[in-house]
Design a protein around this ligand. Structure first.
Ligand code: XMP
Length: 319
């Protein structure tokens, strides 16, 4: 039986002895559960020698960077550097539509931005990563399910030769244990119980070209969907829910005007670990309310559809 308080104590000891008397630890934050829990654990162990880095790639959800800042700077008082790299990412992604190219570019730009800021942190010797047990298995397994189907990238997706010693305190944990740990460390529930979010962010949920305008459409729609799930107490019954913007225009009618706008997909799945997933049984009534809200308040979308594909044969994300 897993005893969380023993785990925290043991991890704190291990981190302190690994870090020793000198040197700072850099911890990349993404707004996701895993990196947040790593940062909170490091804060518990070595509060004065921790610097967190959030690379804002412009592909984050509504108010994500602000939320991370509020929790880690505001609440925990962590030394947090937010790198505004939105322009770099969006410039490099301009005109790119191929899913693997998008992932590759985002991975490259992320590493470059991360290296730049890391070089400015004095005495930085260690890099903390939110590698979980399933990531450890997946990277050594031959099947390597989705990792080989899509080139995964996350804050743990840095190359090994960055010149830092790695600290990976979650290597033996599963996602549900990470959540319990996060709560015990004082992270707010909205951060700990969040659905997983892919490293390449909204880029893999905008099919076709990524533009500021399309990012804005997707952010607003996604927020409406997630808020509705929370309001109707459905959020926690679901592994992951999000919106996907298609580069497909259809004809509609609004008032007495003809419209010709983009299609938005709602995706919601249940799952144990993300390796396989089932469509979530959301009622047509609920989906209809979400659709009405989105079409009435988000300019640029005039049709909403629900994805009923399970994994396999579909993957959870669309790219
Ligand atoms: P797929 O789409 O392969 O996704 O069924 C399985 C789970 O992994 C997440 N995902 C990612 N997570 N970096 C990540 O950190 C990535 O590049 C990435 N791609 C997919 C996805 O959101 C789902 O939870």
């Amino acid at each position: 039986d897993w005893n969380m308080h023993d785990f925290i104590e043991a991890s704190v000891d291990t981190i302190r002895s690994q870090v020793g008397a000198a040197g700072r630890v850099i911890c990349g934050l993404s707004g996701g559960v895993d990196s947040s829990v790593v940062a909170a654990l490091l804060h518990r162990a070595i509060p004065d020698r921790l610097t967190c880095v959030l690379v804002d790639n412009g592909l984050l959800r509504h108010q994500e960077a602000e939320n991370v800042q509020e929790v880690f700077e505001g609440h925990f008082g962590v030394d947090l550097r937010v790198v505004d790299a939105k322009r770099h990412f969006l410039d490099r992604l301009a005109g790119v539509t191929d899913p693997e190219k998008k992932r590759k570019i985002i991975g490259e730009v992320f590493i470059r931005e991360f290296e730049k800021v890391a070089a400015e942190i004095e005495d930085a010797k260690f890099l903390a990563q939110g590698t979980l047990y399933p990531d450890v298995i997946e990277s050594v397994s031959i099947r390597g399910p989705s990792a080989t189907i899509k080139s995964h990238h996350n804050v743990g997706g840095l190359p090994e030769d960055l010149g830092f010693d790695l600290i990976e305190p979650l290597r033996e944990l599963f996602k549900d244990e990470v959540r319990v740990l996060g709560r015990a460390l004082g992270l707010p529930p909205h951060m700990v119980d969040r659905h997983p979010f892919p490293g390449p962010g909204l880029a893999v949920r905008i099919l076709g070209e990524i533009t500021e305008e399309r990012l804005s459409i997707l952010r607003q729609s996604d927020k409406i969907f997630i808020e509705a799930l929370r309001e109707e107490n459905l959020y926690h019954e679901i592994w992951q829910a999000f919106a996907v913007l298609l580069p497909v225009k259809t004809v509609g009618v609004m008032g007495d005007q003809r419209t010709y706008e983009d299609t938005l997909v709602l995706r919601a799945v249940t799952s144990e670990d993300g390796m396989t997933a089932d469509r979530a049984n959301l009622s047509v009534e609920f989906l209809g309310r979400v659709s009405d809200r989105i079409i009435n308040s988000v300019r640029g979308v005039n049709r909403v559809v629900y994805d009923v594909t399970s994994k396999p044969p579909g993957t959870i994300e669309w790219e």
